[in-house]
Write a protein that binds this ligand. Structure first.
Ligand code: ADP
Length: 353
Protein backbone atom coordinates (compact mmCIF):
# COMPACT_ATOMS: atom_id res chain seq x y z
CA UNK A 1 0.00 0.00 0.00
CA UNK A 2 2.79 2.41 0.97
CA UNK A 3 4.82 1.49 -2.11
CA UNK A 4 2.06 2.65 -4.44
CA UNK A 5 1.45 5.79 -2.31
CA UNK A 6 5.19 6.54 -2.49
CA UNK A 7 5.18 6.23 -6.28
CA UNK A 8 1.97 8.26 -6.64
CA UNK A 9 3.32 11.07 -4.46
CA UNK A 10 6.61 11.07 -6.40
CA UNK A 11 4.68 11.39 -9.68
CA UNK A 12 2.52 14.24 -8.30
CA UNK A 13 5.53 16.19 -6.97
CA UNK A 14 7.44 15.69 -10.23
CA UNK A 15 4.43 16.79 -12.29
CA UNK A 16 4.04 19.96 -10.22
CA UNK A 17 7.76 20.83 -10.50
CA UNK A 18 7.76 20.11 -14.24
CA UNK A 19 4.61 22.18 -14.80
CA UNK A 20 6.26 25.16 -13.06
CA UNK A 21 9.54 24.60 -14.91
CA UNK A 22 7.84 24.34 -18.32
CA UNK A 23 5.75 27.43 -17.62
CA UNK A 24 8.85 29.53 -16.82
CA UNK A 25 10.78 27.99 -19.74
CA UNK A 26 8.01 29.12 -22.07
CA UNK A 27 8.15 32.66 -20.68
CA UNK A 28 11.97 32.73 -20.93
CA UNK A 29 11.74 31.45 -24.52
CA UNK A 30 9.21 34.13 -25.49
CA UNK A 31 11.18 36.99 -23.87
CA UNK A 32 14.64 35.97 -25.16
CA UNK A 33 13.53 35.13 -28.72
CA UNK A 34 11.58 38.37 -29.14
CA UNK A 35 14.55 40.35 -27.76
CA UNK A 36 16.99 38.58 -30.12
CA UNK A 37 14.59 39.04 -33.05
CA UNK A 38 14.35 42.78 -32.26
CA UNK A 39 18.14 43.16 -32.01
CA UNK A 40 18.84 41.23 -35.21
CA UNK A 41 16.22 43.24 -37.08
CA UNK A 42 17.80 46.53 -35.92
CA UNK A 43 21.22 45.33 -37.12
CA UNK A 44 19.56 44.28 -40.39
CA UNK A 45 18.04 47.70 -40.93
CA UNK A 46 21.44 49.33 -40.46
CA UNK A 47 22.98 46.94 -42.98
CA UNK A 48 20.24 47.67 -45.51
CA UNK A 49 20.77 51.45 -45.07
CA UNK A 50 24.52 50.93 -45.60
CA UNK A 51 23.73 48.99 -48.76
CA UNK A 52 21.37 51.62 -50.15
CA UNK A 53 23.56 54.73 -49.53
CA UNK A 54 26.34 54.07 -52.15
CA UNK A 55 23.72 53.25 -54.79
CA UNK A 56 22.00 56.58 -54.27
CA UNK A 57 25.36 58.37 -54.56
CA UNK A 58 26.16 56.80 -57.97
CA UNK A 59 25.78 58.89 -61.17
CA UNK A 60 24.47 58.62 -63.86
CA UNK A 61 21.41 56.97 -62.44
CA UNK A 62 20.53 53.72 -64.25
CA UNK A 63 17.36 53.05 -62.37
CA UNK A 64 16.42 49.55 -63.58
CA UNK A 65 19.87 48.11 -63.29
CA UNK A 66 20.52 49.62 -59.85
CA UNK A 67 17.13 48.62 -58.47
CA UNK A 68 17.66 44.99 -59.53
CA UNK A 69 21.06 44.81 -57.85
CA UNK A 70 19.78 46.55 -54.74
CA UNK A 71 16.76 44.28 -54.38
CA UNK A 72 19.03 41.23 -54.75
CA UNK A 73 21.38 42.43 -52.02
CA UNK A 74 18.58 43.36 -49.62
CA UNK A 75 17.00 39.94 -50.15
CA UNK A 76 20.30 38.28 -49.32
CA UNK A 77 20.60 40.37 -46.13
CA UNK A 78 17.03 39.47 -45.16
CA UNK A 79 17.68 35.75 -45.76
CA UNK A 80 20.79 35.88 -43.58
CA UNK A 81 18.83 37.65 -40.86
CA UNK A 82 15.96 35.10 -41.03
CA UNK A 83 18.45 32.24 -40.77
CA UNK A 84 20.13 33.91 -37.78
CA UNK A 85 16.79 34.42 -36.04
CA UNK A 86 15.62 30.84 -36.57
CA UNK A 87 18.96 29.33 -35.54
CA UNK A 88 18.98 31.53 -32.41
CA UNK A 89 15.41 30.38 -31.64
CA UNK A 90 16.19 26.68 -32.08
CA UNK A 91 19.40 27.11 -30.04
CA UNK A 92 17.42 28.57 -27.13
CA UNK A 93 14.73 25.87 -27.47
CA UNK A 94 17.35 23.07 -27.37
CA UNK A 95 19.08 24.60 -24.33
CA UNK A 96 15.76 24.97 -22.50
CA UNK A 97 14.82 21.37 -23.38
CA UNK A 98 18.17 20.14 -21.98
CA UNK A 99 17.68 22.22 -18.81
CA UNK A 100 14.13 20.81 -18.40
CA UNK A 101 15.38 17.27 -18.92
CA UNK A 102 18.00 17.78 -16.18
CA UNK A 103 15.30 19.31 -13.93
CA UNK A 104 13.09 16.28 -14.65
CA UNK A 105 15.80 13.85 -13.51
CA UNK A 106 16.70 15.85 -10.40
CA UNK A 107 13.09 16.55 -9.48
CA UNK A 108 12.17 12.85 -9.82
CA UNK A 109 15.01 11.85 -7.49
CA UNK A 110 14.23 14.70 -5.06
CA UNK A 111 10.48 13.94 -5.15
CA UNK A 112 11.12 10.25 -4.47
CA UNK A 113 13.32 11.06 -1.48
CA UNK A 114 10.99 13.78 -0.19
CA UNK A 115 7.81 11.69 -0.50
CA UNK A 116 9.59 8.84 1.34
CA UNK A 117 10.48 11.32 4.08
CA UNK A 118 6.86 12.60 4.27
CA UNK A 119 5.33 9.11 4.29
CA UNK A 120 7.74 7.61 6.83
CA UNK A 121 6.01 8.89 10.02
CA UNK A 122 2.58 7.91 8.59
CA UNK A 123 3.87 4.42 7.79
CA UNK A 124 5.40 4.09 11.26
CA UNK A 125 2.12 5.17 12.85
CA UNK A 126 0.15 2.68 10.77
CA UNK A 127 2.56 -0.11 11.69
CA UNK A 128 2.25 0.80 15.37
CA UNK A 129 -1.54 0.82 15.05
CA UNK A 130 -1.52 -2.57 13.30
CA UNK A 131 0.80 -4.04 15.93
CA UNK A 132 -1.41 -2.65 18.68
CA UNK A 133 -4.57 -4.13 17.13
CA UNK A 134 -3.00 -7.53 16.62
CA UNK A 135 -1.44 -7.62 20.15
CA UNK A 136 -4.72 -6.50 21.72
CA UNK A 137 -6.67 -9.12 19.74
CA UNK A 138 -4.13 -11.81 20.74
CA UNK A 139 -4.18 -10.77 24.39
CA UNK A 140 -7.99 -10.84 24.43
CA UNK A 141 -8.18 -14.32 22.98
CA UNK A 142 -6.94 -16.33 25.99
CA UNK A 143 -9.20 -14.78 28.68
CA UNK A 144 -12.16 -14.82 26.28
CA UNK A 145 -11.66 -18.48 25.43
CA UNK A 146 -11.50 -19.45 29.10
CA UNK A 147 -14.58 -17.28 29.81
CA UNK A 148 -16.41 -18.98 26.96
CA UNK A 149 -15.51 -22.44 28.31
CA UNK A 150 -16.68 -21.54 31.84
CA UNK A 151 -19.97 -20.16 30.51
CA UNK A 152 -20.55 -23.26 28.38
CA UNK A 153 -19.82 -25.51 31.38
CA UNK A 154 -22.18 -23.39 33.54
CA UNK A 155 -24.95 -23.72 30.96
CA UNK A 156 -24.66 -27.50 31.13
CA UNK A 157 -25.06 -27.55 34.94
CA UNK A 158 -28.38 -28.91 36.19
CA UNK A 159 -28.71 -26.26 38.93
CA UNK A 160 -28.54 -23.44 36.36
CA UNK A 161 -30.81 -25.18 33.89
CA UNK A 162 -33.47 -25.21 36.64
CA UNK A 163 -33.31 -21.42 37.07
CA UNK A 164 -34.49 -19.94 33.76
CA UNK A 165 -33.56 -16.31 34.43
CA UNK A 166 -29.97 -17.20 35.41
CA UNK A 167 -29.74 -19.59 32.44
CA UNK A 168 -30.85 -16.79 30.07
CA UNK A 169 -28.34 -14.33 31.53
CA UNK A 170 -25.48 -16.81 31.10
CA UNK A 171 -26.67 -17.68 27.56
CA UNK A 172 -26.72 -13.96 26.68
CA UNK A 173 -23.23 -13.55 28.12
CA UNK A 174 -22.02 -16.49 26.06
CA UNK A 175 -23.42 -14.85 22.92
CA UNK A 176 -21.62 -11.60 23.74
CA UNK A 177 -18.36 -13.45 24.38
CA UNK A 178 -18.72 -15.25 21.04
CA UNK A 179 -19.27 -11.87 19.36
CA UNK A 180 -16.09 -10.43 20.90
CA UNK A 181 -14.13 -13.56 19.95
CA UNK A 182 -15.27 -13.27 16.35
CA UNK A 183 -14.42 -9.53 16.37
CA UNK A 184 -10.89 -10.26 17.60
CA UNK A 185 -10.54 -12.99 14.94
CA UNK A 186 -11.72 -10.55 12.28
CA UNK A 187 -9.19 -7.93 13.47
CA UNK A 188 -6.41 -10.51 13.29
CA UNK A 189 -7.49 -11.45 9.75
CA UNK A 190 -7.60 -7.77 8.81
CA UNK A 191 -3.99 -7.34 9.90
CA UNK A 192 -2.86 -10.59 8.37
CA UNK A 193 -4.10 -9.84 4.87
CA UNK A 194 -2.55 -6.40 4.61
CA UNK A 195 0.84 -7.89 4.12
CA UNK A 196 1.66 -10.01 1.08
CA UNK A 197 4.29 -11.91 3.13
CA UNK A 198 1.38 -13.72 4.78
CA UNK A 199 0.19 -15.18 1.49
CA UNK A 200 1.20 -18.80 0.77
CA UNK A 201 0.78 -19.73 -2.89
CA UNK A 202 -0.15 -23.26 -3.92
CA UNK A 203 -1.86 -24.72 -6.96
CA UNK A 204 -5.34 -26.05 -6.25
CA UNK A 205 -8.72 -26.66 -7.86
CA UNK A 206 -11.25 -23.89 -7.18
CA UNK A 207 -14.02 -26.49 -7.30
CA UNK A 208 -12.61 -28.15 -4.12
CA UNK A 209 -12.52 -24.84 -2.26
CA UNK A 210 -16.09 -24.03 -3.31
CA UNK A 211 -17.34 -27.40 -2.07
CA UNK A 212 -15.46 -27.22 1.23
CA UNK A 213 -16.70 -23.69 2.01
CA UNK A 214 -20.29 -24.62 1.14
CA UNK A 215 -19.97 -27.66 3.42
CA UNK A 216 -18.70 -25.50 6.30
CA UNK A 217 -21.56 -23.02 6.07
CA UNK A 218 -24.40 -25.24 4.92
CA UNK A 219 -26.10 -25.73 8.28
CA UNK A 220 -26.58 -21.94 8.74
CA UNK A 221 -28.45 -21.92 5.42
CA UNK A 222 -30.49 -24.94 6.41
CA UNK A 223 -31.57 -23.15 9.61
CA UNK A 224 -33.23 -20.52 7.39
CA UNK A 225 -34.40 -23.01 4.77
CA UNK A 226 -32.15 -21.34 2.19
CA UNK A 227 -31.11 -23.46 -0.80
CA UNK A 228 -27.46 -23.28 -1.92
CA UNK A 229 -26.97 -24.14 -5.61
CA UNK A 230 -23.43 -24.98 -6.75
CA UNK A 231 -22.44 -24.80 -10.44
CA UNK A 232 -18.77 -25.57 -10.25
CA UNK A 233 -16.09 -26.31 -12.86
CA UNK A 234 -12.54 -27.64 -12.50
CA UNK A 235 -10.22 -24.64 -12.62
CA UNK A 236 -6.62 -24.76 -11.43
CA UNK A 237 -5.49 -21.64 -9.61
CA UNK A 238 -2.16 -20.61 -8.11
CA UNK A 239 -3.17 -18.71 -4.98
CA UNK A 240 -3.43 -18.89 -1.19
CA UNK A 241 -6.01 -21.64 -0.75
CA UNK A 242 -6.98 -20.73 2.85
CA UNK A 243 -7.31 -17.05 1.97
CA UNK A 244 -9.55 -17.78 -1.03
CA UNK A 245 -11.67 -20.08 1.14
CA UNK A 246 -11.91 -17.23 3.69
CA UNK A 247 -13.25 -14.94 0.93
CA UNK A 248 -15.87 -17.49 -0.14
CA UNK A 249 -16.91 -18.01 3.50
CA UNK A 250 -17.34 -14.25 3.95
CA UNK A 251 -19.48 -13.97 0.80
CA UNK A 252 -21.56 -17.06 1.58
CA UNK A 253 -21.99 -15.98 5.21
CA UNK A 254 -23.23 -12.56 4.09
CA UNK A 255 -25.50 -14.12 1.48
CA UNK A 256 -27.11 -16.25 4.20
CA UNK A 257 -27.29 -13.36 6.71
CA UNK A 258 -28.89 -10.94 4.28
CA UNK A 259 -31.28 -13.37 2.56
CA UNK A 260 -34.68 -13.93 4.17
CA UNK A 261 -35.99 -17.41 4.94
CA UNK A 262 -36.71 -19.75 1.97
CA UNK A 263 -34.40 -17.80 -0.28
CA UNK A 264 -31.78 -19.07 -2.69
CA UNK A 265 -28.03 -18.69 -3.03
CA UNK A 266 -25.98 -19.71 -6.04
CA UNK A 267 -22.21 -20.10 -6.28
CA UNK A 268 -20.58 -20.74 -9.64
CA UNK A 269 -17.18 -20.50 -11.30
CA UNK A 270 -15.92 -20.28 -14.87
CA UNK A 271 -13.01 -19.01 -16.95
CA UNK A 272 -13.16 -15.75 -18.90
CA UNK A 273 -10.08 -14.49 -20.83
CA UNK A 274 -7.37 -16.03 -18.61
CA UNK A 275 -9.31 -15.05 -15.51
CA UNK A 276 -11.01 -17.34 -13.03
CA UNK A 277 -14.41 -15.89 -12.18
CA UNK A 278 -16.37 -16.86 -9.05
CA UNK A 279 -19.89 -15.51 -8.58
CA UNK A 280 -21.93 -15.66 -5.38
CA UNK A 281 -25.52 -14.53 -5.88
CA UNK A 282 -28.46 -14.40 -3.52
CA UNK A 283 -32.13 -13.44 -3.44
CA UNK A 284 -31.63 -11.27 -0.36
CA UNK A 285 -32.37 -7.72 0.73
CA UNK A 286 -29.89 -6.22 -1.77
CA UNK A 287 -27.72 -3.12 -1.45
CA UNK A 288 -28.60 0.40 -2.72
CA UNK A 289 -26.30 1.50 -5.57
CA UNK A 290 -24.77 4.39 -3.58
CA UNK A 291 -23.22 1.86 -1.16
CA UNK A 292 -21.72 -0.52 -3.74
CA UNK A 293 -18.20 0.90 -3.25
CA UNK A 294 -18.52 1.79 0.44
CA UNK A 295 -19.33 -1.76 1.61
CA UNK A 296 -15.70 -2.72 0.91
CA UNK A 297 -14.48 -0.11 3.41
CA UNK A 298 -13.58 -1.03 6.98
CA UNK A 299 -16.38 -1.00 9.57
CA UNK A 300 -18.94 0.12 7.00
CA UNK A 301 -22.40 -1.40 7.38
CA UNK A 302 -25.36 -0.40 5.25
CA UNK A 303 -28.07 1.45 7.22
CA UNK A 304 -28.27 -0.41 10.51
CA UNK A 305 -32.09 -0.11 10.67
CA UNK A 306 -32.27 -2.25 7.52
CA UNK A 307 -30.28 -5.04 9.12
CA UNK A 308 -31.16 -4.40 12.76
CA UNK A 309 -32.20 -8.00 13.23
CA UNK A 310 -28.82 -9.11 11.84
CA UNK A 311 -26.44 -8.17 14.62
CA UNK A 312 -23.55 -10.50 13.94
CA UNK A 313 -21.48 -8.25 11.70
CA UNK A 314 -18.82 -5.62 12.27
CA UNK A 315 -18.51 -4.32 8.71
CA UNK A 316 -15.12 -6.00 8.34
CA UNK A 317 -15.87 -9.09 6.22
CA UNK A 318 -15.91 -7.47 2.79
CA UNK A 319 -12.86 -5.29 3.49
CA UNK A 320 -10.90 -8.44 4.46
CA UNK A 321 -12.20 -10.13 1.28
CA UNK A 322 -11.05 -7.14 -0.79
CA UNK A 323 -7.59 -7.13 0.86
CA UNK A 324 -7.18 -10.83 0.02
CA UNK A 325 -8.31 -10.38 -3.59
CA UNK A 326 -6.04 -7.31 -3.98
CA UNK A 327 -3.07 -9.34 -2.73
CA UNK A 328 -3.81 -11.79 -5.57
CA UNK A 329 -4.00 -8.93 -8.12
CA UNK A 330 -7.65 -9.75 -8.62
CA UNK A 331 -10.87 -7.80 -8.53
CA UNK A 332 -14.06 -7.99 -6.45
CA UNK A 333 -17.28 -6.16 -7.27
CA UNK A 334 -20.96 -6.19 -6.51
CA UNK A 335 -24.12 -5.78 -8.56
CA UNK A 336 -27.23 -5.50 -6.48
CA UNK A 337 -30.82 -4.33 -6.47
CA UNK A 338 -32.61 -3.64 -3.19
CA UNK A 339 -35.24 -6.27 -2.35
CA UNK A 340 -34.15 -8.45 -5.28
CA UNK A 341 -30.70 -9.68 -4.39
CA UNK A 342 -26.95 -9.27 -4.85
CA UNK A 343 -24.25 -10.78 -7.02
CA UNK A 344 -20.65 -10.63 -5.80
CA UNK A 345 -18.09 -11.35 -8.53
CA UNK A 346 -14.45 -12.24 -7.93
CA UNK A 347 -11.94 -12.23 -10.78
CA UNK A 348 -8.53 -13.84 -10.25
CA UNK A 349 -5.76 -13.99 -12.87
CA UNK A 350 -4.81 -17.50 -13.98
CA UNK A 351 -1.06 -17.77 -14.51
CA UNK A 352 -0.08 -19.89 -17.50
CA UNK A 353 2.30 -22.74 -16.60
P1 ADP B 1 -20.85 -7.37 8.02
O1 ADP B 1 -20.01 -8.13 8.95
O2 ADP B 1 -21.58 -6.24 8.62
O3 ADP B 1 -21.71 -8.26 7.20
P2 ADP B 1 -19.36 -6.89 5.63
O4 ADP B 1 -18.11 -6.11 5.42
O5 ADP B 1 -19.30 -8.35 5.32
O6 ADP B 1 -19.79 -6.64 7.11
O7 ADP B 1 -20.51 -6.25 4.78
C1 ADP B 1 -20.68 -4.83 4.82
C2 ADP B 1 -22.13 -4.47 4.58
O8 ADP B 1 -22.50 -4.82 3.25
C3 ADP B 1 -23.07 -5.26 5.47
O9 ADP B 1 -23.27 -4.62 6.70
C4 ADP B 1 -24.35 -5.32 4.65
O10 ADP B 1 -25.13 -4.17 4.89
C5 ADP B 1 -23.85 -5.26 3.21
N1 ADP B 1 -23.87 -6.60 2.56
C6 ADP B 1 -22.83 -7.44 2.41
N2 ADP B 1 -23.19 -8.55 1.74
C7 ADP B 1 -24.51 -8.40 1.48
C8 ADP B 1 -25.49 -9.21 0.80
N3 ADP B 1 -25.16 -10.40 0.25
N4 ADP B 1 -26.74 -8.74 0.70
C9 ADP B 1 -27.08 -7.54 1.22
N5 ADP B 1 -26.23 -6.72 1.88
C10 ADP B 1 -24.93 -7.15 2.00
Amino acid sequence: MFKSAHIKLTVYYTLIIMAVSLFFSLIIYQITTSEIERKIKTVGQKLIIQEITPFLADKPFDFNNKQLKLTGNIKKIEEVLENEISSAKSGIAIKLAIINFVILIFSTIASYLFSGYVLKPIEENMTMQKNFISSAAHELRTPLTSLKTSLEVALRSKAIKKNKSIYDIIADNLNEVNTIISLSNRLLDLNKYQNDNNIVLTTFNIKDVIYSSVKRIKHFAENKNIKIKVKSNDIKLNADKNAIEEVLLILLDNAIKYTPKDGEICIENFVKKNTAVIKVSDTGIGIPKKYHKKIFERFFRVDSSRSRHINTGFGLGLSIAKDIIDLHNGNIKVESTPNQGSVFTIELPIKKA
